[in-house]
Design a protein around this ligand. Sequence first.
Ligand code: SF4
Length: 140
Amino acid sequence: MTKFTDLALRVTMRLAVLEPGESLTTRQVAEAMAIPYNHTAKAIARLRHLGVVEARRGRGGGLGLTGLGRTASIGWLVRELEGEEEVVTCEGETPCPLRAACGLRGALRSAQQAFYASLDPITVEQLVSSSSRPVLLALT
Ligand code: SF4
């Protein structure tokens, strides 16, 4: 999994424990989760594009999770953040000579599908309802 996906999941988890009507700025999220501001801003932009995070306007405005973000499957979210890439690069500038008949490639594809399938039943809400909730709330 890329570092970017992990950072986006961290941001999502922090926003998932906000009380109704509460919100955070990008800088607050960055500081709470120990992520550089620029990386946090990029992750939030991607999460907004996916409809997981929303920017609330007005007094007390800031960032919060959408309804979709709260109920989103982690498997779906990780797939969206990671893209359709395989875990190995068989083609590219110097294609692998084994690619025409490689058993490893298929095995890795199956492992990748199993990885996502194991994350599919877990929602964002479920992820933060465990022991991580008080830890996330304590991060300011
Ligand atoms: S050995 Fe197989 S999986 Fe690895 S790069 Fe070559 S074709 Fe792809």
